[in-house]
Write a new protein. Structure first.
Length: 202
């Protein structure tokens, strides 16, 4: 599975904004648009040291080879590099160059939705995706394919952290459709995620 062509355009604009900032050539602010809504985004934040926050427990367990899915400018990968052999990936050469300039020699041009075609089976001991990029799967079927490919490239005892920081609207609706007429175990941080569950175990 690869990104839809309309999503690639957005990805390239994002990559260009980060690369321009890295080179000191940023002329205009980065704006996210969703229909009529437009929000200016602070590009500098992608270059500040990363505060792992609630991902700290995950990071404490990682060692070996770690896959950073949708690494951007390498903010999280630089922190993980202190603990493990991290391979940050991005689909654009501009961001791979930014990451290599920042000391991430293993930065690789790869599409997180083409993992099977890019990496060997069981190539990683851990993987993480922190941000909005998982939403690019576009559907439950796309998410299922992505998670299957992620399982393929990570070892059987691997640890994975996949967190969509945005996109709750589609996640909850798709979760409801996915578990309809099925038994499902859902691990959640927010009670609102599981409020319609038949049984909640704490």
């Amino acid at each position: 599975m690869s990104l839809r062509s309309d999503v690639r355009v957005v990805t390239d604009v994002f990559a260009r904004a980060l690369a321009d900032y890295h080179r000191g050539d940023q002329q205009d602010p980065l704006r996210y648009r969703d229909g009529e809504e437009s929000v200016e985004h602070d590009v500098a934040g992608y270059f500040e040291p990363w505060d792992a926050g609630d991902a700290e427990s995950f990071l404490a367990t990682v060692d070996g080879r770690v896959l950073d899915l949708g690494a951007g400018a390498g903010r999280q990968a630089l922190a993980v590099k202190e603990r493990a052999d991290v391979v940050p990936i991005e689909p654009t050469e501009a961001l791979v160059k930014v990451m290599r300039d920042r000391g991430l020699a293993n930065a690789t041009r790869a599409d997180m939705f083409s993992l099977r075609e890019t990496f060997d089976r069981d190539a990683f001991d851990a993987a993480y995706s922190l941000g909005t990029q998982v939403g690019l799967a576009g559907s439950v079927a796309g998410l299922r394919a992505f998670l299957g490919a992620l399982a393929h490239v990570t070892a059987p005892d691997a640890t994975a952290l996949v967190r969509a920081e945005d996109g709750e609207a589609w996640t909850y609706a798709d979760l409801d459709r996915l578990v309809e007429d099925r038994t499902a175990f859902v691990i959640a941080h927010r009670l609102s995620t599981i409020q319609d569950a038949d049984r909640i175990v704490v």
